[in-house]
Unconditional design. Structure first.
Length: 461
């Protein structure tokens, strides 16, 4: 049995059966059977009807879904409520995109050999989708990795994080209630060994993975020939602050971007490069704001920063912070564990460039601030790591902003906004060490389909 434990007070929430190799094989047989027999395929109108019912059920159970996600994942109630609203909207986005799954006409008759032909493409489901999900958005990530496949007409098998499986299982119940036929979306609560058996099977056509780079790149290397994938890994998001930035507008943004869900977000603000002329003033104000954040029980509506997902993550953050301070970084606020589940929101000024907090993804409630002399130096520092996800620059100078946009190695650059900004209809994904493929509801749906070319030859054309 798998014990699902509250990351805040370690209370047992629920025990659920852990599935094995036999369950993986059964799931694969069901999904593959549905895909290979086209008489089972769900027409677009049917998918739309099902997902419309999903939206209505999720609206009715919004509070229940919020409580589940908050309790098992530790994200504060106020943020989990927003996550549930995003998840509902994500289903709506998928519904809207089903009608846009069309091909294109290919011009013929432009050479003598191509006369009397009509050519066009259609989009078909890619095949069986395997989705491996992460803990930090226990409902919304499941939406992004299952509803997209359903919208594309592809059967999907999803493996949620073992720390946060309950939101996934609740959503599976909603899909059944909404009328999704058996086998089109299956959840596997299994260990990593059996998850690997799932994603590397030759019956899998597409892997959607959200998690660590180490695991993601490993699984990609083991995929069956022809299996396509999207990998979403983490980053160490850089923010550049120029002397002319609107500081009062910027500070709340980077505070939210840095400490949202205790920094356990792949695009959390981590490295803030502030011009030397304003670094003391800005870092002091920022640390003061961070020190006032309310840390504690995620079910308390007043809590702004909740627990880390596991106690060993608190140990790791504590170790990294101590290393940064011992090697010369200046602690501006925080720097201490509150309990075995919570760590103080922490700000460090000018930690060494080779410290773990400067070179690796922190995934905890810690923001590092560095001073710089000119914009090119800041951009070079921002680009110094092999990870490349979302970045940001704060300035009122449009030329400096667009110059930074051009030079920053990132999949997205936010101008006068924090790095964790996202809406679910925009393209989202890392490059280089941070992943491949493009997320975002409509983009994922497109990736879970493939084009088929049809050429009709007729003397009457």
């Amino acid at each position: 049995m798998l014990e699902v434990i509250s990351p805040y007070d370690f209370k047992l929430i629920k025990e659920i059966p852990l599935m094995g190799e036999h369950d993986v094989e059964n799931a694969l047989q069901k999904a593959y059977g549905l895909f290979t027999n086209k008489s089972f395929w769900l027409p677009a109108w049917h998918r739309i009807e099902i997902l419309e019912r999903v939206v209505e059920i999720m609206k009715e159970r919004s509070e229940h879904l919020t409580q589940i996600a908050t309790e098992e994942g530790g994200k504060p109630y106020i943020d989990s409520k927003i996550e549930v609203d995003r998840a509902i909207n994500g289903v709506k986005l998928a519904i809207a995109h089903i009608g846009q799954l069309s091909g294109e006409q290919i011009p013929m008759g432009q050479t003598k050999s191509s006369v009397n032909r009509l050519a066009f493409t259609i989009r078909e489901p890619i095949g069986v989708v395997a989705s491996i999900s992460a803990f930090n958005h226990p409902l919304n990530l499941i939406i992004h990795q299952t509803v997209t496949a359903i919208a594309a007409g592809a059967p999907v098998i999803v493996k949620p994080a073992l720390t946060t499986p309950l939101s996934c299982l609740e959503f599976m119940n909603i899909l059944v209630e909404a009328g999704l036929p058996e086998g089109w979306c299956q959840a596997l609560i299994c260990n990593n060994e059996n998850a690997e058996k799932l994603v590397t099977d030759s019956r899998i056509n597409y892997l959607s993975f959200i998690g660590s780079a180490k695991v993601g790149w490993y699984l990609r290397s083991k995929l069956s020939p022809g299996t396509q994938c999207a990998l979403e890994h983490g980053g160490a998001a850089p923010v550049i602050v120029e002397p002319d930035a609107d500081i009062e507008d910027m500070l709340p943004a980077i505070l939210k971007g840095g400490f949202y869900h205790a920094g356990q977000v792949c695009v959390s603000v981590q490295r803030v490069f502030i011009h030397e002329n304003i670094v003391d003033e800005v870092s002091g104000k920022f640390a003061n704001m961070a020190s006032k954040l309310k840390v504690g029980d995620p079910l308390d509506p007043k809590t702004e920063v909740g627990p880390l997902i596991l106690p060993h993550e608190v140990d790791r953050v504590e170790s990294w912070v101590n290393e940064a301070i011992d090697s010369g970084g200046k602690l501006l606020c925080g720097g201490k564990r509150i309990s075995n589940s919570c760590y103080e929101p922490t700000v460090i000024l000018n930690p060494p460039g080779d410290a773990k907090v400067s070179t690796q993804e922190i995934f905890g409630p810690l923001v590092c601030i560095y001073s710089y002399k000119n914009i090119d130096e800041a951009i070079n520092l921002a680009n110094a790591l092999p990870m490349a996800f979302q970045a940001a620059i704060f300035t009122k100078n449009i030329d400096i902003a667009l110059g930074a946009v051009k030079k920053l190695v990132a999949s997205a650059v936010m101008v006068n906004d924090h790095t964790a900004f996202r809406v679910d209809w925009m393209p989202f994904g890392g490059r280089d060490g941070s992943g491949i493929g493009t997320g975002g509801i409509p983009y994922s749906i497109n990736e879970m389909t493939r084009e088929k070319l049809i050429v009709v030859k007729s003397s009457s054309i």
